[in-house]
Design a protein. Structure first.
Length: 49
């Protein structure tokens, strides 16, 4: 599957979103939680069909 993320329109806001939020969420070592850990749960609805 593919995921789509909507970011603010200005270059500075996009840079801040990546540098301050997303880069950490895509790192499985980031604690206490990260997006990588919950990605399998996002596909649960596909397995139920």
């Amino acid at each position: 599957g593919k995921y789509l993320f909507a970011l603010p329109g200005s270059p500075g806001a996009c840079r801040d979103a990546w540098d301050e939020i997303l880069v950490h969420q895509f790192d499985s070592r980031h604690r206490p939680c990260n997006f990588v850990e919950i990605m399998p749960r996002l596909e649960e609805h596909l397995r139920r069909k």
